[in-house]
Design a protein around this ligand. Structure first.
Ligand code: J2J
Length: 533
């Protein structure tokens, strides 16, 4: 189907009817995720713990309604896009719920993003408003989001903390008003793609597809009222938000506990204090925890399940989790574009350790294909293509990119190379897309290259991944230079000034005279990568 004028590509009618008839899509909207039974029978149950704040289901519901009224009073309307860049705070959760309740569409940026990403997102989404913290927490505490906000093309800036000349997030608080329910078929939230092109892409997720995503995930992961979910990844990332994430916990009636990071110094005391039962991490955090339990003093025995995803988790390390951390491990191979693969809680040990799980939904369609788009023999490696009731049909306002990223019959080309076992479990064997997976953080080679090319001493640039024991991969930039080669520190400083998020900066640079070429004259990244091995 043709994308609608608002840039959203709908599912074709026959599939829409099927997803409704088979019960994948319902009438629920994201603003209704707080478990209704808990709100009615047990409203004082704790929904959210964030810093010194503990909010019950009733309090969180009320705060979200009051904030929704505050956003409406500010002038934000249903359908307006709002770029949200908040840390793991109660403010993030309340803001998300408030915006989706009024039918405004949050564009979920990560706290690490800077002018280059945020400025572009505001333009692309034609955002009405931008909401951020006053300053970055932790190591990068020097960064002041208010300074960036002054450069953004938005009508309203809302700041959590010291707002200076802007609207304070705390002031978006008014007596609840009657709100028109958004259309469950409409776009509820925009997620950010890991990206393979020069510019980040926006992923439209409808209310009904994302509600299905989080509810089905909560069921597969066994979430219930007793679940205490520790959030150590950015809550704005798909994994921590809805797989099952914070929203899945709310749907199940459990408790979400927000941590500032996955560092054992911050996470372990919270696990002990709150008796956390489950946590989602990327492999580098899992490795850190496997090491830290031997010396940490905290009692982490409440943990029942560690979800590991975002990048490949080695079978040997997965095997260590039960003995070392005293909990089950679940591998998660997901993507903000949609498809989620989980190892199941009752899968045999071998599948849990060796595979990255199988699709969440019976309606997920998966193909594994060769370079010509033909299905490979069972068990062979090929590119994973997928479509289903919660996988996008097109990026927002990106027609040319969409023509390459989807097959004519609507399968999303993941760019991941996988092998499928007879059980349906997938093993991630590699990647075809031009992206570096830096411990779960995705870096588009083309995006970084285009920034590097802007440096006066850089004549040409090619970015590749270099294997790393902790991070899985780090980023190496091969440069052909003019005159003196710039030092790594200078390159990083240059990228900082250009407003590129720090996780995208190269870890290493190598200068070369010329690039190796493929027979058709393209830069051979394979050969460049081989030089590093
Ligand atoms: C290998 N590669 C993986 C895994 C993701 C849950 C978990 C992760 C994400 C995520 C997510 C991998 N082994 N276990 O959104 O809800 C790589 C693949 C994939 C890309 C998607 C979730 N898990 N990957 O990581 O949108 O290359 O989502 O296509 O950030 O991460 O990245 P992203």
């Amino acid at each position: 189907p043709e994308p609608a004028p608002d840039g959203f590509t709908p599912w074709p009618k026959d599939l829409e009817e099927r997803y409704i008839a088979e019960g994948y899509w319902g009438d629920r909207v994201l603003g209704d995720v707080l478990n209704r039974d808990v709100l009615r029978d047990d409203p004082d149950r704790t929904a959210l713990v964030a810093g010194d704040e503990r909010l019950s289901y009733a309090e969180l519901d009320r705060r979200a309604d009051r904030a929704a009224a505050g956003w409406l009073r500010l002038g934000v309307r249903p359908g307006d896009r709002v770029v949200v860049q908040l840390p793991n705070s109660a403010g993030f959760v309340v803001t998300f719920l408030a915006l989706v309740r009024i039918g405004a569409v949050p564009v979920l940026a990560l706290p690490a993003h800077r002018e280059s990403e945020i400025g572009y997102l505001c333009e692309l989404a034609e955002a009405r408003a931008y909401v951020a913290a006053d300053r970055a927490a932790g190591g990068d505490g020097a960064f002041d989001y208010r300074v960036m906000a002054r450069t953004l093309p938005v009508e309203h800036v809302v700041i959590e903390g010291d707002a200076e000349e802007f609207t304070a997030l705390a002031d978006l608080d008014a007596d609840p008003v009657e709100i028109a329910r958004p259309d469950p078929a409409g776009v509820g939230v925009f997620l950010l793609s890991g990206g393979t092109t020069g510019l980040p892409k926006l992923i439209p997720r409808t209310h009904r597809d994302y509600v299905y995503n989080l509810e089905a995930s909560a069921e597969v992961c066994g979430f219930g009222r007793d679940t205490v979910y520790l959030v150590v990844l950015p809550a704005a990332h798909n994994f921590a938000l809805a797989c099952p994430g914070v929203l899945g916990v709310f749907a199940a009636g459990g408790t979400a506990v927000l941590a500032p990071s996955g560092s054992p110094d911050e996470a372990f005391p919270l696990i002990e204090r709150e008796r956390a039962t489950v946590c989602a991490v990327v492999p580098p955090i899992a490795l850190l925890w496997l090491d830290a339990v031997s010396w940490a003093e905290e009692d982490v025995s409440s943990l029942e399940l560690l979800q590991v995803g975002g990048a490949k988790f080695a079978a040997e390390r997965a095997a260590e989790v039960p003995e070392t951390l005293g909990c089950r491990v679940q591998q998660v191979f997901g993507m903000a574009e949609g498809l989620l693969n989980y190892t199941r809680l009752d899968d045999p040990r071998d599948l849990v350790e060796r595979t990255q799980g199988r699709p969440l939904s019976p309606a997920d369609e998966v193909r594994v294909v060769d370079a010509d788009g033909a299905d490979v023999a069972p068990g062979e490696v090929g590119e994973l293509l997928t479509r289903g009731p919660y996988t996008l049909r097109g990026y927002y306002r990106a027609p040319e990119h969409n023509a390459r990223s989807f097959t004519p019959d609507g399968f999303y080309r993941t760019g991941d190379l996988v092998r499928r076992l007879p059980s349906g479990h997938l093993i991630v064997e590699g990647r075809e897309k031009d992206q570096i997976n830096r411990g779960g953080d995705k870096v588009s080679a083309e995006e970084l290259e285009s920034h590097l090319l802007a440096h006066p001493a850089v004549h040409d640039a090619a970015v590749v991944g270099v294997p790393d024991a902790m991070m899985g991969e780090r980023t190496c930039a091969f440069l052909v230079v003019r005159g003196t080669a710039p030092a790594l520190a200078e390159i990083k400083d240059f990228l900082r000034q250009r407003g590129l998020a720090a996780y995208k900066w190269p870890d290493r640079i190598e200068t070369v005279d010329t690039f190796p070429r493929t027979p058709v004259g393209k830069i051979s990244k394979k050969e460049l990568a081989a030089r590093l091995a």
